[in-house]
Design a protein around this ligand. Structure first.
Ligand code: CO
Length: 214
């Protein structure tokens, strides 16, 4: 059997299983979504958001891209963020990177990747800013993983710098922002940073929300 046929067959079996446990599972699920979390993760096939966090359909609003970047010029991630925060009203936004990330390795190299050079550029900037601490590690793998961690923290700060997060913090005291990193080697998630809605915002990036013009 070819592999896509196998997927469709597995889908049928999954539907049967769900219905046998809860006959109205799909009618209930189809009504609405109220996820508590926005998950921003890497596209890597080995980091399935729901499976590694024990969450079920309906719990995570998910955005994945190469190396889990939050770029202000990316309409895709910004639209996902706005919808999750302003319409779904998620309580937590989680940026989850992973060690040994191919995107981070590519950014650390001197190879040209065409259009991907543009996408990976911010990781190069993060390396540039954290060069001393990253290069202090002895092995290549350690340096990659140090940059993975630095980049996750950078993405969480990118979230804070959006008017979307700042407005929600100002008006609704949510969401809490989290930076996590997943280890492919043992399956464990390590929390790196957590920013609560009362976190002080660097003045260079702070927007005003008290003026009447909003
Ligand atoms: Co990756």
């Amino acid at each position: 059997m070819d592999s896509t046929k196998r997927m469709l067959q597995a889908n049928r079996a999954w539907v049967e299983r769900k219905l046998s446990l809860q006959p109205d599972y799909f009618t209930e699920m189809a009504k609405e979504q109220k996820p508590e979390f926005l998950w921003i993760g890497c596209s890597d096939s080995r980091v399935p958001a729901e499976e590694i966090t024990g969450t079920s359909p309906g719990e995570l609003f998910v955005h994945r891209n190469v190396a889990n970047l939050v770029l202000h010029t990316d309409l895709n991630v910004m639209s996902v963020l706005q919808f999750a925060v302003e319409t779904l009203k998620v309580k937590h936004v989680i940026v989850c990177g992973h060690y040994n990330c191919g995107g981070v390795k590519a950014a650390l190299s001197h190879k040209r990747y065409g259009l991907m050079n543009k996408w990976l550029r911010q990781i190069k900037d993060t390396y540039h800013h954290h060069r001393a601490e990253v290069d202090a590690f002895e092995t290549y793998d350690q340096r990659v993983n140090a940059l993975v961690e630095a980049s996750v923290v950078e993405q969480v700060h990118n979230l804070v710098q959006t008017s979307i997060i700042q407005r929600a913090w100002h008006e609704e005291q949510r969401p809490t922002l989290h930076g996590w990193v997943y280890a492919l080697s043992d399956g464990l998630i390590k929390p790196l940073v957590q920013l609560d809605p009362d976190t002080r915002i660097d003045d260079a990036y702070r927007f005003d929300f008290d003026d009447v013009t909003g």
